[in-house]
Design a protein around this ligand. Structure first.
Ligand code: PRE
Length: 360
């Protein structure tokens, strides 16, 4: 005979009580961990990205369902966010305004117990963290459709901050209307330049005569609709919700796998987690074969490169800086060997950071 509704609810109540007790016990242990950190270090680092990545990865691997592994990991992400806030309240700066995909990425990575602080430009996020006004920052670094965010790469060249983590976000763009929008009188659509480019084919097919106006961010595009009657905007879920906009059409991005990668920046080095990446800046004397010689040690040691970008070095014309991402941690023997080889060949290397691969 199947259980009655009341009996099932009684079982749920009993489990909820156990879960509540266990979660508070876990929080007590987080407090104790914070005490150990304070005893061991006069300038303790409470946020441990390598530990969080290990916890979340293990949650996903051992999950038996029926809750989906990703959903279970997101649940524990929030539990750890609350535990970390008990150890030390966190301020995380991000490329604003409120409602940007960067804020979405910051909350996905740190959970909702952090104080997220919107700033107007990428270099302002770096400065906020450098000044100690925020513990960490989150900035966009590349999009699968439009490529790299050059302002982020350029800012690293003049910053001492380290990369402590990465976040990958599937990007869905929606066509939005404001409370005063007259659908039959629309003459313009607002969005960030990259977003307009990522929706180019859809706009050509559906709004070919509507003027496309780039603004500083998708959230700013959404914000403008509050006061305008002849405009539409393209933005994501958070911006639509934040500014109370109506979805005219969902998911208008040209590429369904459109993903943006974000970097977490801070002032700490991150120990190995077991599933890491390393980002570095490499410069060398401009000569034929410079780049191929730079890449040879990686191939010889069997280390996979995940990104390679070049940017003008700004020190001399036609002199370039190479941004290289590879798998592994800078403490790994094979990668250490590669770095020694590169320096031995006369290149200058600056490790931007070794950090856990994105788990969520
Ligand atoms: O293990 C630690 O170092 C903790 O502080 C505990 C904990 C957790 O809740 O599991 C919380 C914050 C850290 O970023 C990592 C993990």
């Amino acid at each position: 005979m199947t259980d009655s509704l009341d009996s099932l609810r009684d079982q749920i109540d009993a489990l909820d009580q156990q879960l509540q007790t266990l979660l508070n016990r876990r929080a007590e242990l987080a407090h104790a961990v914070a005490d150990v950190k304070r005893r061991e270090d006069s300038n303790p680092v409470f946020y441990r990205p390598e530990r969080e990545a290990q916890v979340l990865q293990r949650i996903k691997e051992r999950n038996q369902g029926p809750i989906d592994g990703e959903a279970m990991a997101r649940l524990f992400r929030e539990v750890m966010s609350i535990c970390l806030a008990l150890e030390q309240p966190m301020r995380v700066a991000f490329l604003g305004p409120e409602g940007t995909f960067t804020q979405q990425a910051a909350l996905k990575h740190f959970g909702h117990a952090v104080e997220s602080v919107p700033l107007g430009a990428i270099d302002e996020v770096f400065r906020e963290v450098e000044a100690g006004a925020a513990h960490y920052g989150v900035v966009p670094v590349e999009n699968s459709t439009e490529g790299m965010v050059s302002h982020t790469l350029d800012t690293f060249m003049s910053s001492s901050l380290k990369i402590c983590g990465e976040v990958e976000l599937r990007i869905h763009h929606h066509l939005l209307a404001g409370p005063h929008t007259r659908r039959d009188k629309v003459t313009r659509v607002y969005s960030h330049q990259q977003t307009l480019a990522q929706c180019r084919q859809w706009l050509d097919a559906h709004l070919p005569t509507v003027e496309r106006i780039p603004v500083s961010s998708n959230a700013e595009a959404a914000r403008r609709l509050r006061d305008e009657w002849n405009a539409l905007a393209i933005a994501g879920d958070m911006a639509a919700e934040l500014y109370g906009l109506e979805r005219v059409q969902s998911n208008i991005e040209d590429r369904p796998d459109n993903t943006t990668r974000f970097l977490v920046i801070g002032r700490q080095d991150t120990p190995p987690s077991g599933r890491d990446k390393t980002s570095m800046l490499v410069t060398g004397k401009n000569r034929p074969g410079l780049l191929s010689d730079m890449l040879l040690p990686f191939r010889e040691q069997g280390i996979n490169l995940t990104r390679l970008e070049s940017r003008p070095s700004r020190t001399a014309n036609w002199s370039y800086v190479f941004f290289i991402d590879c798998e592994g941690h800078k403490e790994d023997p094979l990668l250490k060997n590669v770095l020694e080889r590169l320096e031995g060949d006369g290149n200058t290397i600056r490790i931007l950071g070794s950090y856990p691969k994105a788990v969520l």
